[in-house]
Design a protein around this ligand. Structure first.
Ligand code: UDP
Ligand code: MG
Length: 317
């Protein structure tokens, strides 16, 4: 049983309003957890400024001056939530026993961090996922589109944790394993379940944003969802081949119909050959694209240079 040095990583983009409130709340939480023997007294917060256009970095500097447990890094330009989060996690990986990632707007109940740390200390869990017990504060559209997305991911054979959105604890070892994933199209919620290790789930109530407004407009959400599917599965490519096959089967029944119309003299000249060739060529082209796509899919997966396995323990001396 080890009391962890905890790092809380907050990706921030234009969060000058929310950040002081969030950080004060988290510092209070770290103090309480230290008093309850859950974290060491040098546990800290790392704010990762994702190229904000407002005074977020100034706020982080001011917070750092007031308490050295509040640290910060600043990205040279806005790269998006996933990249800011990864930058933060990679920054703390050598200087903590466990890291918790949380958004800057306190939508995720910070009290769940205590439960996550307890899972880490007492049950040796290396990755603890925060899962929303309800999505009451989300709009009807966001709730339903999110569930449709999780279901689609499951159907495509991906490991997904339902209703989990980057609020999680990761042990130092899991952070080191995460560092081996060198891909550019980042979807952490897809990568982290692939790491393996012992995991647990903690439920919490999702709240409204405390200040500021969402940085995930619909366009960003769609783009993240597309990354979340295409970065992990080549199955959509197989659908093209399947479609070609369905066309080929349809082609046979259409050929029977067209030829019977031809032999019954029920056609105008040229129609039979045109119909036969359009359907036949269409299905062959679709299947061809599907086959080429299958190879491109393989190349796509190879160029990611993902680790092929992860070693959990070593006893080799
Ligand atoms: N964020 C970021 N870079 C971006 C967009 C968002 O670091 O380009 C951060 C943002 O400051 C917040 C977290 O990612 O801490 C989640 O964003 P938000 O709360 O706006 O998303 P929502 O909860 O509305 O989905
Ligand atoms: Mg939010």
């Amino acid at each position: 049983m080890t009391i962890p040095k905890l790092a809380i990583v907050i990706p921030c983009y234009n969060e000058s309003e929310a950040l002081p409130i969030t950080v004060a709340r988290l510092i209070q939480l770290l103090d309480d957890m230290f008093n309850n023997g859950l974290v060491t007294n040098d546990s800290y917060i790392l704010c990762c400024d994702d190229g904000s256009k407002d005074s977020t970095w100034k706020v982080i500097e001011r917070l750092h001056m007031s308490d050295k447990r509040i640290k910060g890094i600043s990205l040279a330009h806005n790269r998006g939530h996933q990249y800011a989060l990864l930058a933060g996690l990679m920054c703390v990986k050598e200087n903590c026993d466990a890291a918790v990632s949380i958004d800057a707007d306190l939508q995720d109940d910070p009290q769940a961090i205590c439960k996550m740390v307890k899972e880490f200390i007492y049950n040796d869990k290396e990755i603890v996922y925060g899962v929303r017990s309800s999505r009451k504060t989300d709009s009807w559209f966001k709730r339903n589109s999110a569930h449709a997305f999780y279901n689609l991911q499951r159907r495509l054979g991906l490991d997904t944790v339902f209703d989990h959105a980057d609020y999680r604890l990761m042990s130092r070892r899991s952070l080191e394993l995460l560092a081996d994933y060198g891909e550019c199209n980042l979807f952490l919620r897809g990568i982290i379940p692939q790491i393996g290790l012992d995991t647990a789930i903690i439920e919490y109530e999702r709240k409204e944003r405390i200040a500021g407004h969402t940085k995930y407009p619909i366009g960003e959400m769609v783009s993240l969802s597309i990354d979340g599917i295409t970065s992990f599965s080549a199955k959509p490519i197989r659908l093209i081949f399947l479609l070609g096959l369905i066309f080929l089967i349809l082609d046979i029944s259409i050929a029977i119909y067209v030829l019977s119309a031809y032999f019954n003299d029920d056609t105008i000249s040229g129609w039979t050959s045109l119909m036969l060739s359009v359907w036949f060529i269409g299905s062959i082209i679709l299947m061809g694209i599907g086959i080429v796509g299958e190879y491109i899919g393989k190349i796509f997966m190879e160029v990611k240079h993902r680790p092929r396995y992860a070693v959990k323990d070593k006893l080799i001396d």
